[in-house]
Ligand binder design. Structure first.
Ligand code: NAP
Length: 264
């Protein structure tokens, strides 16, 4: 058990990658406070964890609201007496270029994805310092590493998360707090299928798959295992880094002319 008796908060744990991380952490022996704005999703995750025979609880919080974040962190500490791990996973995906998106969409995307990461880290770090250290894992995106069409606000927010990770790592290494991020590419979750409904769109799906060297989309559990690694002592000398979990999406130009022409 890599996280035995560690206390973790996972934001956005009512769905997709956050839920998979919460479940994986519990399997590794952690106590997890499940948090999300989505009450029914959060309660469902709690039910799944209790189904594994482990106690947990749901704390609803909007990560963009400082007061709610403070209450979430206090709730974890009150219940479990300390805080060892924070996973900043909650996010929204918005589409549009500079001419399409409104200022409201821009503000909301930055507020949830970037300010949310800052706020949760700020209040979690204060608690971690009290108890001798901790670990933060930020879920960024490959879209934070590269430009991406029609994803201006999302891509900007995730680029920000990657640099927040590095700054926090530098500022708090001597508080015994490690901070790292994960950059997934296309992972099969409600966020991904909500953004691209590929039902009946085989040519588009084929094109998207061709951008991954491994020619498949990822599963939430494949990100969750990496989060366990970064949250555990297995990564004890790693801080300020960014781990890409993308089936080879970023490693080069994956389009294969022979495949496009149908030769293989
Ligand atoms: P998801 O299935 O949509 O789950 C995200 C969860 O966060 C949802 O339950 C959502 O609730 C919640 N949430 C949204 N706004 C929130 C807020 N203000 N405060 C608290 N919770 C909030 O998405 P996912 O695919 O698992 O994504 C998880 C993380 O991975 C995100 O950071 C995402 O950017 C990143 N990521 C995903 C992919 C991918 O392909 N799936 C790729 C790269 C990076 P609602 O459903 O009510 O909005």
């Amino acid at each position: 058990m890599k996280l035995k008796d560690k206390v973790a908060i996972v934001t956005g744990a009512g769905s997709g990658i956050g839920r998979a991380i919460a479940l994986e952490f519990v399997k590794e022996g952690a106590w997890v406070l499940v948090s999300d704005v989505d009450h029914s999703g959060g309660e469902e995750t709690v039910k799944m964890i209790r189904g594994q025979g482990k106690e947990t609880s749901f704390f609803p919080a909007d990560v963009s609201q400082a007061e709610e974040v403070q209450k979430m962190v206090s709730a974890a500490v009150e219940r479990y007496k300390k805080l060892d791990i924070l996973v900043n996973n909650a996010a929204i995906n918005t589409m549009g270029d500079s001419q399409m998106i409104t200022e409201e969409v821009w503000d909301k995307t930055i507020a949830v994805n970037l300010t949310g990461t800052f706020l949760c880290s700020k209040y979690a770090i204060a608690e971690m310092k009290n108890s001798g250290g901790g670990v933060i894992v930020n879920i960024a995106s490959v879209e934070g590493l590269s430009g991406f069409s029609n994803q201006l606000a999302y891509s900007a927010s995730k680029g920000g998360v990657i640099n927040v990770t590095k700054c926090l790592a530098i500022d708090h290494a001597r508080d015994n707090i490690r901070v790292n991020s994960i950059c997934p590419a296309d992972i099969e979750t409600p966020m991904f299928t909500g953004y691209v409904d590929l039902e009946g769109l085989e040519p588009i799906k084929k094109h998207m798959l061709m951008q991954h060297a491994m020619r498949r989309f990822g599963k939430p559990e494949e990100v969750a295992r990496v989060a366990v690694f970064l949250a555990s002592e297995d990564s004890s000398y790693i801080t300020g880094t960014n781990l890409i979990v993308d089936g080879g999406w970023m490693c080069g130009k994956n389009l294969d002319p022979a495949e496009i022409l149908g030769w293989k």
